[in-house]
Ligand binder design. Sequence first.
Ligand code: FEO
Length: 405
Amino acid sequence: MKALEIKPDIYWVGVIDWAIRDFHGYVTPNGTSYNNYLVLDDQITLFDTVKHDFSEIAVDNIKNLVDPSKIKNIVINHIENDHVSSIGDIMHLTPDATIYITNKGKKGLDRFFDTSQWNIRIVKTGDILNIGKRNLLFLETPMLHWPDSMMTYIKEDKLLISQDAFGQHYASSARFDDEFVSSYSVTELEDAIKDYYANILMPFGTLIKNKIAEVQKLGLEIDMIAPDHGIIWRHDPSKIINMYLDMADGKTDLRVVIIYDTMWHSTEQMTVPLTQGIKDEGVDVKVVKLRANPISFAVKEFWKARGCLIGSPTLNNSMFPTLAEFLVYLRGLKPKNRIAGAFGSYGWGGGAVRDIYEEFKKMGIETVGQGVQVLYKPSAEDQKRCYDFGREFANKVKAYHSKFE
Ligand code: FEO
């Protein structure tokens, strides 16, 4: 992709990674992009770099605009490898440039690179760097989503360069929100936003709300948000801000997701009457088999639903390993504002359903009843119990959901 002007003299010089499907274990079915930006002002300024595999392409994008040795400032908004791993290549081309970074960012950068010969200035919230016609305002955003994270606001352009925040893992030839016009493409984009939020930002809802409030209090006018992944919000930046506020407030659809795995199909058979019971109470339901789907997909579906039922056969007196893996991942994401239950088959002692309820209690997630367990294979009576539990669960989900309306 060539450099693309996003504002007068401000260019996207990033790359599109159409092929990536495993982003440090997080499955990215739509690929991603590594966005970085070059401002051609009196002092030429680069914002972030790209994943090292694509360094050459990003450098070529810069060379299409300017000799890289003319870059005077490099703002590192975030030091995760997908954004900083090309910094060595850039510094090789412009060794006298000055890096602007947070204190925690500097500490991390020192671990990844030999920075002893680099000019580095530590910045904090409120610091302003004049680069000619523009003033860059730095805004620290610690734990959104790393300790080093910050954003940069360019007052004269009303542009917020937001690093990971407001991004999506979404490879696309389109670079702007207004290029998503068909209902299909809008739905796909919104799904990518929720996927990203669920898997990366779910633990930080309160921080997100506070940071957005802080930015609003500063009275910054924003007419474009340029994140480090995915599309740039130039038509309606309020859309992504409002989506983040809604997600941080726990808003989601009145919906149930059943996430399960199975050994000899008994637990799987239980999903049929459960689904019917939920549906008969007027609640939409989606069924996700773990071994058929990546764990990050299951987390996205968990996030998109108000209620979650986990189905697991008992193996060695506890839950099936794929469910254990899912729940450990989920616990780390500190889910809130959801309601859950469990079901599963067993052969002799049982234990999976009990342990799943325990896991949800540790997470602080409200649960419904004691779940449903069946011996070996669901009988007609067991299927009726599953159906009834599905209806009971759906009704509890509806009552719980009404608190958010
Ligand atoms: Fe896109 Fe936290 O790196």
